[in-house]
Each structure stands twice: as structure tokens, then as C-alpha cells.
Design a binder for this molecule. Structure first.
Ligand code: NOJ
Ligand code: CA
Length: 664
């Protein structure tokens, strides 16, 4: 009798697990997206479709390890299904509450012969796309291992139009160019694509913490993209240990370009915050002793043109206090800038100020005016030198009440050896974020590894560079960022997280490189404060250029953290309008921008509370505005509006409109 019971139990177990093994497909909660996994010729593959249209054909998975391929001759041993749904709140962001709802499928595989090593692929399917990652469980024959290549494929079902920058780009500072997938170079992610059917796809990764950055390369001119991980200088890609997981490989699948900007899939695939009390993490607006260096009015190094003097900093603090800025960034305050710092970053001291910069006096003065000094750590890429000083540097800043630090890594290689997006770089950047958190310091990271949503886990990681920012309008020999640049950036690098673009040019003359200049109108500069999300947002021009300009009123009132974001219209490379609601009030802000073509914007204000009245202040391109010859005219118009109102504005060539809506 007992034996029979055991037998029945065994049969039952076998039936359920066999049935499980056959059910290798999983759909999004709304049923529109489906992922199917399987084995062909001994290798695991997956496919993706949306509403029965193929997005990815059979795309194979696996690795080349130092001692041979992993995933070459495997069997599916189990398939598990589950569902999950939660809502979580962001301490700052483009909205407060994020919905994290998905169906999950875990496919366990094992090698048929040899070492019988095991790994799993976990798929999470959201309504707005997919994520999957490899899991290496603890096992006898896979302990420490070296990944020489990740064989992950994305076999795209069409030769889509893709906006990309090549992987060879230093610090991702390049212009995204459209081309068919099949003719791509090896490119960085996020890789955003438009299909002939009008779908929008963006491939990227999430939760990159101890692995190499992902790049993609088309296989022999086809539309199958293969992973290419940024290597160590010695050629290996990743030094790993089981048990462990890889970062998530992600793809947003959107019906409209606008919806790409509303996907929170990358954040959902990161770990919840490790910082319990986030009250010290404060978004804000800042100015800085900065553009003056790029315009060569000031120098970083000490000398007659030194920008970071006590006196000049106090002048900036006065200006910040008067105009409602929370921070003043000061670059060039510390020893190390004399000589060629881009080659010898290890000369930087992060605790020794130049003699004409009195840190104590400055920070006391700032505190008396309710302004904070924003610290600066340019490392020149010398990560070892920086890591050696990390604790003392952050402790010094904490002692003086400095709660945000801009870091920088200007050097083609870290420590003359390793790429920024290599596992080495990724480890370093995470170490800095975690150390900063210990000292209650927020980070604005320039020349980073490509962001992957770590700010969910470490919300002191506020904003980053890793794209071509406004500084290129100071000294780039190609004339500066072209008009379409900011109509592409939100859909490409912008999908990886907040961008410290540093908008806010009010003076368009460049006396150093007269042929290079900001290629927008002034109204478009205002609109960028809404369009380009950054919880620390810089108004980058020299303060003299803001005095007595009534358009500055928009900058000094524009929030940097939001409770809601809406994207009424978007066409990549052409135009973009974003509407955001302030975190701390009932007020709304709108930014609309266009490329080199002028356009008429017609914006229904149907997002406003029904029945309520708002005072609208509209900052738009004035008569004769044109980015090439006359960027300055801004017409400021005030009117009372309701949810029924439709606002119209003419945007000049590379023009814009910025609107403030105050609830009455
Ligand atoms: C490059 C950064 O992007 C820029 O903002 C900074 O001024 C320089 N490095 C110097 O640190
Ligand atoms: Ca830079």
C-alpha cells in the first residue's frame, strides 16, 4: 500500500514536470507579447512576437568560457512559471509610482555530456517589453569561471532603421546616426529601432553591477545582432563565480515612439533601494563655475584666470541664493590641474584645495545662504588614485556639508589600461556610488559606463553623462551639436537614465571657436529643462549672461523631479513635446522642441484638472527667431487656461516652447 502511494506520487510528479517542460512559452500580462524558448541542435533559443507578428526569430543563447563553450549540447531539465505584480515609489524621478507587473518563465538547462554543467535563463515579460538573464547555480563543475564571449543573439525579424553610436566612441560622446540594422558597426546599447510596421524597439541591459557592458554587432551583414561584451585589456570579458547572475538583457517594444520614454522596464529589473532613509537625497537646480572654463574665460588650474577662487565662488553663491538654485558646482578647486591632467590623473588630490579656494569659508557662506557647494572629482581616469582617496575625499566633503559630487573620467582608458564599460570600470563606478552613499553624497557621474538603472538600488546616483552634452557647443571642431541632436537623445541614451546635458545657454557667441555654437534658439534651451530629465539639472551658462533676461524666469521656476510625465507627441529626430507635473505642487511644465525645421505646435491641455483654472506663462520663439542667425527672440505670453484650452505656438528652426502652468 505504502509502495503504491509512492508510485502514484512519482507518476504525478513526472506528469507535472513533463508538462512543465513542454510549456516553454510565456506572455505579457496583457497577452500581447509572447516569448517562446526551445532547443535546436543542442542549443537554447528564444523567439519574441507581439500580436502574432515576429519581433525576434530564433535567437540562440550561450557562452564561450575559457575552457570551451557552455550551452552547446544541452537539454531543458525544467521550466517554471510565475507571475508578479507590485507598485513601488521613486524618491525622485519622472513620476512617483512605478508599476512592476510581469509574467516570468525560468528555463533550466544542463549539458548532456562532459561536465554536465547547468544554467538557467529567466525571462520576464512586461506589457512594454521583455528582459532575460542567465543564472549560474551553485554546482560542482562550475565554480570560478572566465567568460570569453557571451553568445546571446537578437535575431531581428526585419532590417529596421536603428539609431546608433559605434562602440569605439570615447565615453559614448557621439551623435546617434540612423542606418539599417544590417549595416551597423559594433554599436552601443541602448539601440533604438523603428520597424517598417511602425513599432519601436530598444535593446539595452539592466542591473549591470559586476559584468562587462553590452554592445551589439550584426552577424555578417544580417539582421541578427550578437552580444559583444567590452573586454578587459587582457582579452577576457568577465571573471565570474557561481552562484551568480548576469545583467538583464532588455528590449522595450512600443507602439509609439512616445511610449519608449514611458517604459520603466529597466528600473523594474534593478534591485529595490538599499538606502533606507533617502531624506538626504535631494534633487535640485544648479549653476557652476564651469562654462567659463570651456569658453576659456577661466582656467581649471591656478593662475591669473583661475575660476575656482573663494571670491568668485561666493559671487556664484549669491547669485544662486537670489535666483533659487540649490547648488553651485565649482571645478578646478583642487591640486592636480596643472600640467596635462588628461594624461596624468594620478596627480589629483581630492583633499587639498588650491590656496585661493577656502573650502571652509565657502561652505559656511553657502550654508548661511541656504545653498550647497557641489563638489568636483575629476579623476583623469586614474581610478586607483581615486579609490585610495575615496574615503578621505568624501569624509572631507561631508564634514563641510557638501552633499553632491560631480565625478569625471577624462582619459581614453582607466589607469591607462581598461575601458570605462569593462568589468573593471563597472566595478569601480559601483564602488564610488556605494562609498558616496556611506557619506550621504549624491553622484553626478561624467564619462561613466553606460547607465543601466542602478539608481533604483542606489538613489544617490542622480544623473550621469555618457553622451554628447552641451559642452560640445563650446569646443567641438564640427560646429557643435546639430539641431536634431536633442530630438534623438531622449530615445537613445536617454532610455538608460537621467542625463546631465547642462542646457541653459543664453549667450550664443563663441569667441574661442566662432564657427562652433549652440545650434538652437533660446526658447529651445528653456524647453530642454523639461524635455531632458535630470534630477540635478544645471543651468550651464555664466551667470553674467542670465542677468536681466526675463526668459531666465522659466529656468528658475522649473522643477527637477516630477509626479507625472506625459508625452503628447514625438517623432525621433524631428520633434518632441513632454508634459510633466511638479512633485511638490499642482503645477505643470511643458517643453516642446523641433529639429532644423520650424513647426506649429498645437497642444490640448486635457491633462489639467477638469474645472480648474491655471495661469499659463508661455515662453516661445519670438518674431524672426532662427537658430542660425537670430537665436535670441523669446516672446513671453500670459493667459488663463483650463483643460479645454488648446495652446498654439510656432517653433522656429531648431526652436522650442516652454510653458509653465500654475494652478489658481
Ligand atoms: C568632462 C566633463 O564632461 C566636463 O563637464 C568637465 O568640465 C571636464 N571633464 C573637466 O572635468
Ligand atoms: Ca564629458
Amino acid at each position: 500500500m505504502k509502495q503504491l502511494a509512492v508510485y502514484i506520487l512519482l507518476v504525478f510528479f513526472c506528469l507535472t514536470s513533463c508538462a512543465n517542460k513542454e510549456n516553454t512559452s510565456v506572455s505579457s500580462p496583457d497577452g500581447s507579447i509572447r516569448v517562446q524558448a526551445g532547443i535546436e541542435n543542442g542549443k537554447v533559443y528564444y523567439t519574441v512576437d507581439k500580436k502574432d507578428k515576429a519581433i525576434l526569430n530564433k535567437s540562440f543563447l550561450g557562452f564561450v568560457l575559457k575552457d570551451g563553450e557552455l550551452g552547446k549540447d544541452v537539454t531543458i531539465t525544467d521550466v517554471k512559471h510565475s507571475s508578479f505584480s507590485e507598485k513601488w515609489d521613486q524618491p525622485w524621478g519622472e513620476e512617483i509610482t512605478v508599476d512592476n507587473t510581469y509574467n516570468e518563465m525560468t528555463v533550466d538547462v544542463q549539458e548532456n555530456g562532459g561536465l554536465k554543467r547547468k544554467f538557467s535563463v529567466v525571462f520576464r515579460i512586461f506589457n512594454d517589453g521583455i528582459g532575460f538573464r542567465y543564472v549560474f547555480p551553485e554546482q560542482e563543475n562550475l565554480k570560478d569561471f572566465v567568460i570569453m564571449d557571451e553568445l546571446t543573439e537578437f535575431a531581428l525579424a526585419g532590417d529596421h532603421k536603428a539609431w546608433s553610436i559605434p562602440t569605439s566612441t570615447l565615453y559614448f560622446e557621439n551623435l546617434y546616426k540612423p542606418s539599417p540594422v544590417s549595416s551597423l558597426d559594433t554599436v552601443c546599447t541602448p539601440l533604438t529601432m523603428e520597424t517598417k510596421d511602425g513599432l519601436y524597439l530598444s535593446i539595452h541591459e539592466a542591473n549591470l553591477t559586476d559584468y562587462a557592458g553590452l554592445n551589439l554587432t550584426p552577424e555578417n551583414g544580417t539582421t541578427t545582432l550578437k552580444a559583444y561584451l567590452t573586454p578587459w585589456s587582457t582579452g577576457e570579458k568577465v571573471f565570474a563565480k557561481a552562484p551568480s547572475v548576469t545583467p538583464w538583457r532588455t528590449m522595450i517594444i512600443a507602439d509609439k515612439a512616445a511610449d519608449l520614454l514611458l517604459s520603466r522596464l529597466m528600473l523594474n529589473l534593478n534591485e529595490p533601494s538599499k538606502i533606507k532613509d533617502t531624506s538626504w537625497i535631494r534633487p535640485g537646480r544648479y549653476i557652476g563655475i564651469w562654462w567659463g572654463m570651456h569658453m576659456e574665460d577661466y582656467s581649471w588650474a591656478q593662475g591669473p584666470k583661475h575660476g575656482a577662487t573663494t571670491e568668485n565662488t561666493m559671487r556664484y553663491i549669491d547669485f544662486a541664493a537670489k535666483h533659487n538654485f540649490s547648488g553651485v558646482l565649482v571645478e578646478g578647486w583642487n591640486f592636480g590641474w596643472d600640467g596635462d591632467w588628461t594624461k596624468e590623473g594620478d596627480k589629483f588630490s581630492f583633499t587639498k584645495a588650491y590656496p585661493d579656494f577656502d573650502l571652509k569659508k565657502i561652505t559656511e557662506y553657502a550654508a548661511s545662504k541656504n545653498v550647497k557647494l557641489i563638489g568636483h572629482h575629476e579623476t583623469g581616469g586614474a581610478t586607483q588614485n581615486y579609490e585610495n582617496q575615496l574615503d578621505s575625499a568624501f569624509a572631507l566633503y561631508q564634514k563641510y556639508g557638501v552633499s553632491a559630487v560631480k565625478t569625471g573620467y577624462v582619459s581614453p582608458l582607466l589607469d591607462h589600461k581598461e575601458r570605462h564599460s569593462s568589468q573593471y570600470g563597472v566595478r569601480h563606478f559601483r564602488k564610488v556610488i556605494e562609498a558616496a552613499a556611506k557619506y550621504h553624497i549624491m553622484i553626478d557621474n561624467h564619462e561613466p559606463a553606460m547607465p543601466t538603472g542602478l539608481q533604483r538600488t542606489w538613489p544617490n546616483l542622480m544623473t550621469q553623462e555618457g553622451f554628447r552634452g552641451q559642452e560640445y557647443d563650446a569646443w567641438s571642431r564640427d560646429g557643435g551639436n546639430p539641431p536634431e541632436h536633442t530630438t534623438i537623445l531622449p530615445f537613445t541614451r536617454g532610455l538608460a537614465g537621467p542625463m546631465d546635458f547642462t542646457p541653459g545657454t543664453f549667450n550664443f557667441t563663441n569667441k574661442v571657436f566662432p564657427a562652433t555654437h549652440v545650434q538652437t534658439t533660446l526658447a529651445k534651451q528653456l524647453a530642454l529643462f523639461v524635455v531632458l530629465f535630470s534630477p540635478l539639472q544645471m543651468a550651464s551658462d555664466m551667470i553674467e549672461n542670465y542677468e536681466n533676461n526675463s526668459a531666465f524666469d522659466f529656468v528658475t521656476s522649473c522643477p527637477t523631479s516630477w509626479s507625472k510625465t506625459i508625452v503628447p507627441e514625438a517623432k525621433i529626430g524631428e520633434y518632441l513635446t513632454i508634459v510633466r507635473k511638479d512633485r511638490d505642487s499642482e503645477n505643470w511644465f511643458v517643453g516642446g522642441i523641433t529639429n532644423a525645421n520650424s513647426r506649429d505646435l498645437s497642444l490640448p491641455l486635457n491633462f489639467l484638472d477638469k474645472g480648474a483654472k491655471y495661469k499659463a506663462t508661455i515662453f516661445k520663439d519670438g518674431e524672426g527667431a532662427d537658430y542660425k542667425s537670430n537665436p535670441y527672440p523669446v516672446e513671453i505670453q500670459e493667459m488663463e487656461v483650463t483643460a479645454e484650452t488648446v495652446l498654439n505656438a510656432k517653433l522656429a528652426t531648431s526652436g522650442g516652447v516652454a510653458i509653465r502652468l500654475i494652478k489658481l
